[in-house]
Design a binder for this molecule. Structure first.
Ligand code: SAM
Length: 254
């Protein structure tokens, strides 16, 4: 377990990415989030305090560019890189769609993997690219190696297409709802994203008020890192940190 390693989670949203690291034993601190009125562009990181910086900058820009549409949203990957440059962590991990630019931070080398949640046991085909960066003066060779996928015969046989942030906005014909011919319920979205326990918190239940409008809950869950693959990435990070610590006698976990 990643006990003792401190993680800064940028662009947290509901932070399933950070939660995956937390579940693997890391200590996670959340950075600024726009919907809480905090803008990463007005934020600076403390140097050499965090072992790991993680984040999934918004991907709408890159999906629009890929479809040949005008990009209406700012590319915030340079902001992710700026904060990593200030924080100087041992390792950074950026999640995004496959077509997004690869983050480049002076003094770090990178390796990227496209991981599919379905191949790790989830009931959803969700391919996301994870880029791992580590300080160039560390280990020779790559410390980040993907885990083996689960055997084919144990994978879900008829998985859902990728759950999207717009799952609660559009008719089912555009999104994961195509599989069942109707809009997914928030309970189904939470299950497909690997956090069934959140469904109850996101709907009016037992007379309690939900924390968000339902449409927003769909958006937050659809934007998030799917939990199974998030935990795979957290474990890859831990093994990478251990190799780096072994090769440089750098800060071991407390
Ligand atoms: C793809 S989502 C991140 C989801 C998160 N990784 C998770 O697993 O739940 C990107 C987040 O970045 C936030 N965001 C967009 N622009 C921002 C800015 N300028 N400063 C801080 N956060 C921003 C969005 O509100 C959104 O919640």
């Amino acid at each position: 377990m990643g006990l003792g390693y401190l993680v800064l989670s940028l662009f947290p949203g509901i932070d399933l990415f950070g939660e995956a690291y937390h579940r693997e034993g890391f200590c996670v601190v959340r950075g600024p989030e726009l919907f809480l009125g905090q803008d990463v562009r007005e934020w600076q990181a403390i140097p050499s305090r965090f072992d790991v910086v993680i984040g999934g900058p918004p991907c709408k820009t890159f999906s629009h560019m890929r479809l040949g549409k005008e990009a209406k949203h700012e590319n915030l990957i340079p902001e992710f890189c700026r904060v990593v440059g200030e924080a100087r962590p041992l390792v950074f991990v950026m999640e995004n769609i496959q077509y997004a630019p690869v983050p480049m931070v002076p003094g770090y080398q990178t390796v990227s993997y496209v991981l599919d949640s379905h191949k790790y046991g989830a009931n959803q085909i969700r391919k996301r690219r994870f880029t791992f960066g580590w300080q160039s003066d560390g280990l020779d060779g790559c410390p980040f190696v993907p885990e083996k996928c689960v055997p084919r015969e144990t994978r879900k046989t008829d998985p859902f297409p990728t759950v999207l942030a717009c799952e609660g906005h559009y008719p089912a014909t555009f999104t994961a709802g195509t599989k069942i011919g109707r809009m997914l319920t928030i309970t189904e979205v939470a299950e497909l994203q690997g956090v069934p326990e959140l469904a109850e918190k996101y709907v009016l239940s037992r007379g309690k008020r939900a924390p968000f409008r339902l449409e927003f809950a769909y958006e937050l869950l659809g934007n998030a890192v799917e939990m199974t693959v998030g935990r795979v990435v957290a474990r890859m990070t831990l093994r990478g940190l251990e190799s780096l610590a072994g090769s440089t006698s750098d800060k071991p976990p407390a």
